[in-house]
Design a protein around this ligand. Structure first.
Ligand code: FAD
Ligand code: EPU
Length: 294
């Protein structure tokens, strides 16, 4: 056992395969995989990682990440304990910890008759991952709901960031340097049934247009201004193109599917192929939305 692990009071896994922690079901192992129970444990963990100069990445549901075949050489931290899934409604705001899945957040919102977050239905991420990415659909994104976010910086200091101290853009935010701990969201009190119906509408549009039959990370590329990346990849005639175990979806061309034990390398080669063809035909540089961990 290395020195730093002796000082750590938290259970740690070594060489944990990240395949089982990403929706793509692809990728090598994390050298260290750690799930702190609460923010006190998280803080002491960060202190140790700094002291021993071990790099780290934070994982949510792994629904926007492609892990390389070699895996991650440092530590991966996941906020998966019950503490990081707490949610409540108080003082007119929904308050939730960052590890709660968006599906859990929506079940709570529906039960309380809180409207405004229904567009998140079907996004398979956690609240923390959604805030970092400014996740959204149909011209709405989570940043619009934020009143305040509580974060921990890389040294373990906790800060409250009011809305006006945070920048949200299309599928990005200024939060990347922090670990998100929790958020207060502003939602509207309405009839439960109204929330339920909206959720159903968002889910059915998604089921109609997206490819959910195989593991994926959703849309691989961001939409370039004025276009849908899916449509232009489709117009390049790339639907159904396969490399190794990965293929471009026949239903939605911005989805790359892991149809049979795909390697990250297969996906990266498809990404490269798409970028080249789109550049050639449309003179557009597509930018990945997914985060590539290598
Ligand atoms: P991860 O993928 O685990 O991580 C994403 C980034 O956030 C990483 O940089 C990670 O380090 C960071 N991160 C995660 N949690 C924290 C934390 N607590 N603190 C600090 N950093 C953190 N996205 C959309 O926006 N709209 C969609 O409609 C949509 N549809 C999808 C459909 C499918 C089928 C799939 C597979 C994905 C889809 N996505 C969509 C992409 C993805 O679900 C979102 O980006 C989601 O918000 C990612 O959340 P996550 O918890 O999985 O984050
Ligand atoms: N289209 C095609 N061919 C395709 C795919 C799409 O012609 O293969 C056309 C559709 O017919 C439609 C247009 O492109 O006219 C837009 O398609 P869609 O409504 O599916 O939306 P999108 O722009 O492809 C965006 C988000 C999705 C989000 C949906 C729904 C991005 C990169 N994608 O997709 O988010 O769920 O809108 O609002 O912004 C994600 O980020 O991972 C993601 C899935």
């Amino acid at each position: 056992m290395m020195n730093w692990q002796k000082s750590l009071r938290i259970k740690l896994k070594e060489q944990e395969s990240l395949k089982n922690h990403t929706t793509f079901r692809i990728g090598g192992a994390a050298r260290y995989f750690i799930e702190p129970k609460n923010s006190v444990e998280l803080k002491s963990l960060l202190r140790l990682l700094i002291r021993y100069k071990i790099s780290f990445l934070v994982l949510g549901s792994g629904s926007n990440i492609l892990v390389s075949d070699k895996g991650v050489s440092g530590a991966v931290i996941r906020l998966s304990s019950n503490y990081f899934k707490k949610i409540n409604y108080s003082g007119g705001f929904l308050e939730a910890k960052s590890g709660i899945p968006l599906s859990g957040l929506l079940i709570f919102a529906e039960k309380k008759g809180l409207s405004g977050a229904e567009f998140l239905a079907g996004i398979p991420g956690t609240l923390g991952g959604a805030l970092i990415m400014n996740a959204g659909s149909q011209d709405k994104s989570i940043g619009e709901l934020v009143k305040e976010i509580t974060v921990m910086d890389r040294n373990g200091n906790i800060k409250n960031l009011p809305k006006n101290k945070i920048k949200f853009g299309y599928r990005n935010s200024s939060l990347g340097k922090y670990i998100i701990l929790s958020a207060r969201l502003e939602l509207l009190k309405v009839d439960k049934q109204e929330v339920k119906e909206k959720i159903t509408r968002y889910l059915s549009y998604r089921r109609l247009t997206q490819d959910l039959r195989y593991p994926s990370a959703g849309c691989v590329f961001k939409n370039p201004s004025g276009y849908s990346a899916g449509e232009i990849i489709d117009l390049c005639g790339l639907k159904g193109r396969r490399i190794g175990g990965a293929s471009i979806s026949e239903r939605h061309a911005n989805f790359i599917l892991n149809f049979k034990n795909a390697k990250a390398r297969d996906v990266l080669r498809l990404i490269d192929l798409i970028k080249k063809q789109v550049k050639k035909k449309f003179k557009i540089n597509l930018e990945p939305e997914i985060k590539i961990w290598q």
